[in-house]
Design a protein around this ligand. Structure first.
Ligand SMILES: NC(=O)c1ccc[n+]([C@@H]2O[C@H](COP(=O)([O-])OP(=O)(O)OC[C@H]3O[C@@H](n4cnc5c(N)ncnc54)[C@H](OP(=O)(O)O)[C@@H]3O)[C@@H](O)[C@H]2O)c1
Length: 188
């Protein structure tokens, strides 16, 4: 938790733990309607969305959401000329707490939606991480959900290594092999 904010991550990954191909494109094999429905409902209840410059949750209500867009094009925190509800944020120039405060986000969930380095940066902070898996898809040479994922480490290894524990696995689209597991940090 950061102050009153709950930090939650959201990703859909291939069987080999990838979120996109080598060119940064999300292939059709990891796009799924049940996952999109879940993601959009979660984004609607979040106080703000956080992502790198090449990521976006999409959907008809995206423009109404408060968001932080990570970029080195800003020195610290700056208005986004394209989205009135967004701020550009460079973590080298301002802390996450400062950026969230500048965004004036409600005391609720902050949704982290990628890509690789952004997911990795928040590993010590997640209260929950919603990991959707597309069991039938592989993306050789793709971009991993976390920088540590590779032949020796799965996304689950990385989450467990950062103190998160898995909840029950839900089959949200059994025919397509899509499962969703929410990993949570147990606060003592
Ligand atoms: N399957 C999924 O769940 C999922 C989730 C997210 C994304 N994706 C896909 O993955 C693709 C690629 O994602 P990606 O990892 O390449 O891109 P990304 O994180 O969305 O964007 C990378 C850019 O974000 C900025 N950035 C990232 N970390 C930063 C830091 N620590 N400080 C300052 N700026 C930072 C930089 O922008 P500047 O170049 O402006 O400095 C960097 O070039 C996306 O296009 C999307 O299609 C899939």
């Amino acid at each position: 938790m950061i102050g009153p904010h709950h930090i939650e991550g959201y990703a859909i990954v291939s069987a080999d733990g990838m979120i996109a191909d080598a060119d940064g494109v999300m292939p059709a094999s990891i796009k799924n309607d049940a996952d999109q429905k879940f993601l959009q409902a979660e984004m609607d209840r979040a106080a703000a969305v956080v992502h790198g410059r090449y990521s976006h949750e999409g959907g008809p209500r995206a423009a109404f959401r408060k968001r932080l867009i990570l970029t080195r094009r800003a020195a610290s925190i700056a208005p986004d000329p394209s989205y009135p509800n967004a701020l550009l944020w460079n973590p080298s120039g301002a802390t996450f707490a400062q950026a969230i405060s500048a965004l004036d986000a409600a005391d609720s969930t902050i949704a982290i939606i990628g890509g690789t380095d952004v997911f990795g940066m928040f590993l010590p902070l997640y209260d929950a991480f919603h990991l959707t898996r597309a069991a039938f898809a592989t993306i050789p040479g793709g971009r991993p959900v976390f920088p540590q994922v590779g032949p020796d480490a799965t996304p689950e290894d990385v989450l467990a290594g950062h103190g998160l524990q898995p909840g029950r696995r839900r089959d949200i689209d059994p025919e397509a092999g899509i499962t969703l597991t929410t990993w949570e940090r147990r606060h003592e």
